[in-house]
Design a protein around this ligand. Structure first.
Ligand SMILES: Nc1ncnc2c1ncn2[C@@H]1O[C@H](COP(=O)(O)OP(=O)(O)OP(=O)(O)O)[C@@H](O)[C@H]1O
Length: 279
């Protein structure tokens, strides 16, 4: 593990900013041409919350996530990220985004390593020469997801579960504080799904990350986030597990996080049951 990455960035310490708003949505409305998808959606995600976004097909979940990551603009209303209005927000490396699987073209001729490295460019797509430190970050993200042996393979040759790990590694390469996941387990068998959920719960509880996840898996949502939504806006329901239910806020770094993740995967491989799956 490189020392460079260990010292690269520390998360905010346990202090007043511990439960700060990470995402603030105020009166969001959106339409595709004449079709109104949502109106007056207001919600906030606090630091280290795990928020599950639920709604029927076509309710606008993906649209809302795409607005939060700056790919779509609301017709009205405001979005702030880490306390900054989205128009002024520049720290996109603080956010990891795993889009819906069908937004990916399996014929795209890139290797797993290239896909993971592309996470460094962020949404501004400012290509630059890759440094040794960039390659080390990719190595660590691949290692953390247990997919280093897949690095030279074409992404389109992988199974759904393997691809999901690649996209998670891509989202993690910048050591994000907020991870946004759009139906991350669609099309994946139930065993792989359980492993994936176990992994992200572990990341929530032990690596001080904030999550916003769209899912249709009500068992996972109710099991981890509770029976009742914290809020409903139109067809959208927000289920929340607050950070004070998990460990306290504190410092961490990418080396700690990624090492811990690999350990979880190794224990899973060995068939060790790590606690109650709902915890
Ligand atoms: N690019 C687009 N152009 C026009 N209409 C769109 C576009 N993308 C989505 N829509 C429509 O907007 C509505 C909301 O779509 P969205 O994908 O946000 O829903 P969703 O809640 O994520 O659905 P699902 O659970 O099926 O993934 C749907 O009626 C959809 O058909």
């Amino acid at each position: 593990m490189s020392e460079q990455l260990v010292i690269e960035r520390q998360r905010p310490a346990a202090n007043a900013s511990c439960h700060a708003d990470i995402i603030t949505l105020k009166d969001i409305a959106f339409s595709y041409e004449s079709q109104q998808v949502m109106e007056k959606v207001s919600f906030s995600v606090q630091q280290r919350d795990f928020t599950g976004l639920i709604g029927s097909n076509g309710a606008g979940k993906t649209t809302l996530l795409r607005m939060i990551v700056g790919l779509l603009k609301p017709a009205s209303g405001s979005i702030s990220l880490f306390g900054t209005p989205i128009a002024q927000f520049k720290d996109w490396h603080r956010i990891g985004y795993v889009p819906q699987k069908n937004s990916f073209n399996p014929l795209f001729p890139a290797t797993v390593r290239e896909v993971v490295l592309s996470g460094l460019y962020g949404r501004n797509k400012q290509f630059r020469r890759l440094t040794k430190a960039d390659q080390t970050k990719a190595d660590e993200a691949l290692h953390a997801m247990g997919i280093e042996d897949l690095a030279p393979k074409r992404i389109g040759q992988l199974s759904g579960g393997q691809q999901q790990r690649v996209f998670l590694a891509r989202a993690l390469i910048n050591n994000p504080e907020l991870l946004i996941l759009d139906e991350p387990t669609v099309g994946i068998d139930s065993e792989t799904q359980a492993g994936f959920f176990h992994l992200i719960k572990h990341m929530h509880q032990h690596h001080r990350m904030t999550f916003l996840m769209v899912s249709h898996d009500m068992d996972m949502i109710r099991g981890y986030l509770g029976e009742k939504p914290a809020q409903e806006c139109g067809k959208l329901k927000f289920y929340v597990r607050h950070s004070h239910d998990a460990e306290d806020c504190g410092e961490t770094n990418i080396a700690h996080s990624l090492k811990g993740l690999r350990q979880v995967l190794e224990r899973e491989k060995e068939g060790v049951v790590i606690g109650n799956p709902n915890n």
